[in-house]
Design a protein around this ligand. Structure first.
Ligand code: SF4
Length: 555
C-alpha cells in the first residue's frame, strides 16, 4: 500500500485522476520507471489488474540535462507582481514543475506558489492578491529535494532578521552536512530543499544587518547559487564566487518616470518587458537595491570563475546574453567548429528542434550543405500522456517530433543535436529519420561526450545512465544506428564561447570538479562502487561571524 500511495501521489501531481477506481482497495502497486502496475481488490477478492504507461512531458520531450530554476526580481515598479509573472513566463524553459511570486507592499510580504507552469498558476485574480512595488519570482525544476509544493520557491519566512523571501537557482554541495549540524543544534526544517540551509544559517548569524548576515550564511555554503532575497523594502541579488549560474541586472522606466530595477536569470526576460540590460551580477557580488539606490558588496574572497558552459550549449535561450556573450553567437560557432572537425558528404543539414537549430545553422553555413527543417516539433503537447495499448512505433518521440518525409526521403542527412545523455531518445530520432526514407544519417553533437553528472544545479542522471561514461563514440554510434557520429572537442567548445581564460565549468565533460567536497564525494563513490550523489560527509570549516566586505556604490 505504501508503494501505491507513492505512485498515486506522483500520478496526481501530474494531474492524473483515479476517480473511477476510488471505491476499491489497491493490493499492490509497483513503479517500473513510468510503467505502473496495479492489482486491486474488494471483499470478493481480486477485481483486476491495471498496467498504465504514463509518460511525463520531461521524459517525452528530450533526453537532456535540465536546468534547476529561473529567478526574476523587481524593485520600484507599481506593477511588480505582474512584471515578475511576465519575467517568469520568459524564463519558463528553466523550470516547469512549480512557480511562485512573493511581493512586498512595504509592510507585508504576499506569497503565492503552486505546482505547474507560470501561465496556469498566475491567473489575473491571483496577481491582484500580490500588491506592492517589490517582488521576486521563481520557477523550478527540482534537483535538490523532491518536487512537492512544499519545496516550491520562493521560500518566505519571518525570522529575527525580519520578513524575508528567497529564490535560489543552483545547488549547494555541502547542504546535507549543514543540515545535519543545524538539526543537531535544534533547527527545525520545513522543507528538504538545500535552499532552506541558507535561511537557517542567516537566522543564526550575529551580524548587525541583513547584508552581513547573508554574507555570513553564504560564506559557509559551497556550490552554486544565484540568489534573490526580498525584504519588505529591499531586494538583494547574489551570485556565488565561482559564478556557476547566470544572473543579470536590468532597468525599466516606470509610468511615473522613475527607474525600476530588475534582476533575472537571463536577459530574454528583460526583452519581453522592453527593459534595458545593464550588466551581469558578478561572481561573488551581492547587489543590494533599496530606496537609496544600488550598492555592490563583494561578500566573499574571490575564487576562480566556473561559469556553466552548458548554459551556452543548451540551457539558456538563444536570444539571451549569458556571461556577457550572445548564446546564439556561441551556438552558431559550435556548429561551425563541429563542421570543421567532423565534415561529411551529405545532402541536407537537419536540426533536432528546437535546441539543435542554431548549431545546425552554423554547421550548414560552414559546410555549405543546405539547412532544412526536416523535423517538426509539436509545441502544444500536454503534461502527461497515456500510451494506447496497441504500441505505436516511436510513440513517445513522435509526440514531440515528426519528420518531413518530402525533405528527408532519399537524402543523406547530417542530424545536428546539442547533446546525448542516455542515448535512448537520439536512437529513436535516428530510427524515425531512417523510417522517413533517409539513405544515410550522420549524427553531429555540438559538445563533447557528457561523461559525468552535475552537482551545481542541474538535473542529471547518474554516471551509469550517461551513455558516454562507459561507451566509446564508436559504440554509441552503433547504439544509435547512425552511419557516423561526431562530437565537438572540448577545445572547440571553449573556443566557441570565447573562453580564453578558463572561466567556464566543464565538469560534466571531464569528470573533474572545481569544488573540493564534490571531488571527495566522487572519489569515495568510485571506490565503493556506488553512483555519486550530491550529499557529502566532510566537515566544512565554519566561517567567522563577521567577514570583511568591499562595498562599491554605483551612481
Ligand atoms: Fe554546467 Fe556541466 Fe558544470 Fe554542471 S557540471 S555547472 S552542467 S558545465
Amino acid at each position: 500500500m505504501g508503494a501505491f500511495r507513492r505512485v498515486l501521489a506522483l500520478l496526481s501531481s501530474y494531474g492524473y485522476s483515479f476517480s473511477a477506481l476510488d471505491s476499491v482497495d489497491f493490493r499492490s502497486a509497483t513503479n517500473n520507471r513510468s510503467r505502473f502496475h496495479f492489482e486491486y481488490v474488494d471483499e470478493g477478492g481480486v477485481l483486476g489488474h491495471e498496467s498504465i504507461i504514463l509518460m511525463t512531458q520531461a521524459k517525452i520531450l528530450d533526453d537532456h540535462f535540465h536546468d534547476h530554476c529561473g529567478v526574476f526580481g523587481v524593485f520600484g515598479h507599481p506593477e511588480a507582481a505582474n512584471l515578475a509573472y511576465l519575467g517568469l513566463y520568459a524564463l519558463q524553459h528553466r523550470g516547469q514543475e512549480s512557480a511562485g511570486i512573493v511581493s512586498s507592499d512595504g509592510t507585508e510580504l504576499h506569497l503565492h506558489r503552486a505546482m505547474g507552469e507560470v501561465e496556469e498558476i498566475f491567473q489575473p485574480r491571483i496577481l491582484t492578491q500580490l500588491p506592492g512595488s517589490l517582488a521576486i519570482g521563481h520557477t523550478r525544476y527540482s534537483t535538490a529535494g523532491d518536487k512537492a509544493l512544499l519545496n516550491a520557491q520562493p521560500i518566505a519566512i519571518d525570522c529575527n532578521k525580519g520578513k524575508l523571501a528567497l529564490g535560489h537557482n543552483g545547488n549547494l554541495t555541502n547542504a546535507g552536512e549543514h543540515r545535519r549540524r543545524l538539526e543537531h543544534k535544534g533547527s527545525i526544517f520545513q522543507t528538504n530543499s538545500d535552499t532552506e540551509v541558507i535561511v537557517h544559517l542567516l537566522a543564526r548569524s550575529q551580524a548587525r544587518n541583513l547584508s552581513g548576515a547573508l554574507g555570513d550564511a553564504l560564506n559557509q555554503v559551497e556550490g552554486a547559487y544565484s540568489l534573490l532575497v526580498l525584504t519588505t523594502d529591499e531586494l538583494y541579488a547574489v551570485r556565488d564566487p565561482r559564478g556557476f549560474r547566470p544572473l543579470v541586472l536590468g532597468k525599466l522606466t516606470t509610468p511615473g518616470g522613475f527607474t525600476a530595477w530588475l534582476v533575472a536569470s537571463e536577459t530574454c526576460a528583460f526583452d519581453l518587458l522592453n527593459a534595458q540590460y545593464v550588466r551581469e551580477i558578478e561572481p561573488g557580488e551581492m547587489v543590494r537595491i533599496s530606496k537609496s539606490g544600488i550598492e555592490s558588496i563583494h561578500f566573499a574572497p574571490p575564487k576562480p570563475h566556473q561559469q556553466c558552459i552548458f548554459e551556452h550549449v543548451y540551457f539558456s535561450r538563444p536570444d539571451s546574453i549569458i556571461f556577457g556573450r550572445s548564446v546564439n553567437q556561441s551556438r552558431e560557432m559550435l556548429g561551425r567548429l563541429l563542421a570543421r572537425e567532423h565534415p561529411v558528404e551529405a545532402d541536407i543539414v537537419v536540426p533536432v528542434p528546437d535546441s539543435g537549430v542554431p548549431a545546425a545553422v552554423g554547421y550548414a553555413l560552414e559546410s555549405k550543405i543546405p539547412f532544412r527543417m526536416g523535423l517538426i516539433r509539436n509545441h502544444y503537447i500536454g503534461r502527461t500522456f497515456i500510451e494506447p495499448s496497441q504500441a505505436i512505433r516511436n510513440f513517445g518521440v513522435k509526440l514531440k517530433l515528426n519528420p518531413v518525409r518530402s525533405l528527408i526521403e532519399g537524402q543523406r542527412i547530417v542530424l545536428v543535436d546539442d547533446s546525448i545523455v542516455r542515448g535512448t531518445t537520439s536512437r529513436k530520432i535516428v530510427r524515425m529519420v531512417r523510417d522517413a526514407g533517409a539513405t544515410e544519417v550522420h549524427v553531429r553533437i555540438s559538445c563533447p561526450p557528457t561523461i559525468s553528472p552535475c552537482y551545481y544545479g542541474v538535473d542529471t542522471p547518474t554516471r551509469e545512465e550517461l551513455i558516454a561514461s562507459s561507451n566509446s563514440p564508436d559504440d554509441i554510434c552503433k547504439f544509435l544506428g547512425a552511419d557516423s557520429l561526431g562530437y565537438l572537442s572540448l577545445p572547440s567548445l571553449k573556443q566557441a564561447v570565447a573562453d580564453t581564460e578558463g572561466r567556464f565549468c566543464t565538469s560534466c565533460y571531464t569528470g573533474v570538479y572545481p569544488t573540493d567536497l564534490v571531488q571527495l564525494e566522487v572519489r569515495e563513490s568510485a571506490s565503493n562502487g556506488k553512483s555519486a550523489g550530491p550529499s557529502v560527509t566532510i566537515e566544512s570549516e565554519p566561517a567567522p561571524a563577521e567577514r570583511p566586505v568591499v562595498v562599491h556604490r554605483e551612481g
